[in-house]
Design a protein around this ligand. Structure first.
Ligand SMILES: Nc1ncnc2c1ncn2[C@@H]1O[C@H](COP(=O)(O)OP(=O)(O)OP(=O)(O)O)[C@@H](O)[C@H]1O
Length: 654
């Protein structure tokens, strides 16, 4: 389990804390608990909604790999100082503290509600977790107590306490309030104006300083608690120090108060006189901070993230699923990026122990020169030799990532103890991720191969089907053309058989209904019998035609018999249709139409030309040229009726 960072977003009266981290599964069931030590915890103003929330429950079915977790809590308050602690809770309520996030936020409560200050501290807690360890909570409590005692010792010591004091020893040491008052005065001078350090006149003398009269040390404790409350830090009850038989809860409250003071003191040390946060300004540190995604939100609220790895953090964040997909084949730049991240991490870790480094190894001259200070920190890290050689795989890498890993292993970083575990973890995770990627790629390759094979077969089948169909169509088309040709030949042969010269007889209706017709009989076979109505006894004469149209025959009936010849014209045959008869017999009527040109009962000319254009237009593969000539033969004179020049109307036309 590792907590990698957190966000604190302030938006007017809302404070949202988001914690992100990675859980590597090996145990069965976890709950993450986000606890807040609140100044008014036991006061009339109880914790606000969302103050204490139990969060993510990891499911046992995620037995493999690591899972990222992220959750947040929203704290509505305008002004507060609080300490949030993130704990890991297993079955049986055994907890292990992951980290403590100390927040010191001061928001203006005026009408503008703008953010005045925001400071964040985060203290990592080492976790060496064993499931079902019954002393886990007690161990954690003890660790916090030792930490509080050590801090007090560094501030106002020596306390003459053992290195790992018991609860009794710890409380007894603090009972007279002197240490606490001195400590808070050192953080904020004048917080406790008057500290009672000696028995007052008339009080019973006692060698033991801790045995001040109760009302005197009560005054110290009361003044201390008032000062703590003014700082809006977690407090405890004065009676917590008085109890003969201590309970864990009272000691915990005292320890929480002291650790909150410690966080406050560290925060104060981190602020310069301008109120801005001090930090190491080396480029790599900036890079690490930028990688931790420090950003300014559009609304103007400041979002600060800091990466935190626990000292025992052998569990490193594995690449998430999305990252794995994104980096199917890691490039050199990505591996280089990882190396830079490791270096930044090393520097961040060094920064976390900055005070210790300064106290132990750094001279005053180096302290004044930032460049020398930076070099000292780097050297300090590199002097801790590690076992990076173990990172080298037994088999040589053949791929580019193997080369990069070899480069990592042979780099100067291998001499850094702090980075050895990180490098090893990164390398193992990297190799595992690569193996997983290779397996997935192999599966994908097989899948693509089978799909390609199926597609190839399908295309071949489709191609064969298409070829077969095209061949069928080609055969059908050739047969069609042949059939069309045969049809044309047969058609025109039929026309010839019906007679190249066909003579039809059309009988005009009588103009006068009282007059008698000379037509005695019209036969279906094209015969017509005529006689002289004035001489009924005279001989009847029979004439034979291809067809005889009676007086009731329409223009359409006449054209129907000649229509088949128009198609022969388009097929290339010469065709001539003309009317012959005496004056007034109806030639013009049959060929042109009724006199007056009403447009109705059009004659053969109109209907033949319509068909001619229709058939020629339908045959797209043949280009036709159509010319029109209109002549009149009258008194054995041929005249061009379309000629504009009247002199050129006489035949032969020039
Ligand atoms: N089948 C018919 N039905 C009705 N009326 C007809 C028919 N045939 C001819 N007529 C009419 O008979 C008259 C004479 O016909 P038309 O002018 O066509 O004869 P024609 O043979 O062209 O004469 P011409 O040789 O003098 O030009 C016209 O008024 C015409 O409308």
């Amino acid at each position: 389990m590792s907590v990698e960072g957190f966000n604190v977003e302030t938006n007017y009266s809302l404070v949202t804390v988001t914690v992100k981290g990675t859980k590597k599964f090996g145990l069965k069931s976890y709950m993450l608990e986000f606890d807040c030590i609140w100044p008014e915890r036991r006061g009339p103003h109880l914790s606000p909604p969302g103050f204490r929330v139990k969060f993510v429950k990891f499911r046992p079915d995620h037995a493999l790999g690591a899972q990222n977790f992220s959750f947040n809590v929203t704290i509505p308050n305008l002004e507060f100082r609080a300490s949030l602690s993130l704990s890991l809770l297993t079955r049986g309520a055994h907890t292990a503290s992951l980290c403590t996030i100390s927040l010191f936020l001061s928001l203006s409560s005026g009408e503008e509600s703008s953010i005045r200050k925001e400071r964040i501290k985060m203290e990592p807690k080492g976790v060496s977790f064993r499931e079902g360890c019954l002393s886990r909570k007690a161990e954690e409590t003890a660790l916090r107590r030792y930490e509080a005692a050590a801090w007090l010792d560094s501030m106002v010591g020596p306390l003459n306490l053992p290195q790992n004091p018991s609860e009794q020893e710890f409380v007894s040491c603090l009972r007279n309030g002197l240490i606490l008052c001195n400590a808070i005065n050192k953080i904020k001078p004048g917080s406790v104006p008057k500290i009672v350090s000696k028995p007052l006149m008339g009080s019973p003398a006692n060698d033991n300083q801790n045995s001040l009269p109760a009302y005197q040390y009560f005054e110290n404790i009361r003044n201390f608690l008032v000062a703590v409350e003014e700082l809006k830090l977690p407090t405890f009850e004065a009676s917590d120090l008085e109890r003969e038989k201590l309970d864990t809860g009272s000691v915990t409250r005292i320890v929480d108060c002291i650790l909150a003071l410690k966080s406050y003191q560290q925060w104060m040390e981190g602020i310069d006189y301008n109120g801005s946060l001090k930090c190491i300004k080396s480029p790599l540190f900036k890079l690490s901070v930028s990688r931790a995604q420090c950003q300014m939100t559009p609304s103007g609220s400041f979002v600060q993230r800091r990466r935190l790895d626990l000292p025992s953090g052998t569990e490193r964040k594995k690449p998430s699923e999305s990252e794995n997909k994104k980096t199917e084949v890691p490039t050199f730049a990505e591996v280089e990026d990882e190396v830079v991240r490791i270096i930044c991490q090393c520097l961040v870790n060094a920064k976390e122990n900055f005070n210790q480094i300064l106290a132990t190894n750094v001279t005053s001259q180096e302290r004044e020169d930032p460049v020398k200070l930076f070099n000292k920190i780097i050297i300090n890290c590199l002097e801790k030799k590690n076992n990076v050689d173990n990172l080298k795989p037994s088999a040589p890498f053949s791929s580019i990532e193997g080369k990069v890993l070899n480069d990592i292993a042979s780099s100067p970083l291998k001499k850094d103890h702090n980075t050895s575990e990180i490098d090893r973890s990164v390398s193992i995770n990297f190799l595992e991720a690569q193996e997983s990627e290779i397996r997935e790629l192999k599966l994908m390759l097989e899948s693509v191969k089978s799909e390609y094979s199926a597609l190839h077969n399908q295309i071949q089948d489709d191609y064969a089907t298409l070829v077969h169909e095209v061949q069928g169509l080609t055969t059908a088309a050739s047969r069609y053309n042949q059939a069309v040709k045969e049809n044309m030949n047969l058609y025109n042969m039929l026309q010839e058989l019906r007679g190249n010269i066909r003579v039809f007889c059309r009988i005009r209706p009588l103009f006068d209904s009282t007059s008698r017709s000379t037509i005695d009989y019209i036969g279906e076979d094209g015969s017509v019998m005529v006689f002289d109505p004035l001489k009924p006894q005279s001989t009847r004469k029979v004439f034979q035609f291809n067809k005889v149209f009676g007086p009731k025959a329409t223009q359409g009936d006449v054209y129907k018999e000649t229509q088949s010849l128009i198609r022969s014209v388009v097929d290339g045959y010469n065709v001539c249709i003309f009317a012959y008869g005496q004056t007034g017999s109806g030639k013009t009527h049959t060929m042109y139409g009724p006199s007056g040109g009403s447009g109705q009962d059009n004659g053969i000319n109109y209907m033949a030309l319509n068909d001619l254009f229709h058939i020629s237009g339908a045959r797209e593969n043949v280009k036709y040229q159509i010319n029109v000539q209109m002549v009149e033969i009258y008194n054995e004179q041929v005249r061009d009726l379309l000629a504009e020049d009247s002199s050129a109307t006489r035949y032969p036309f020039l």
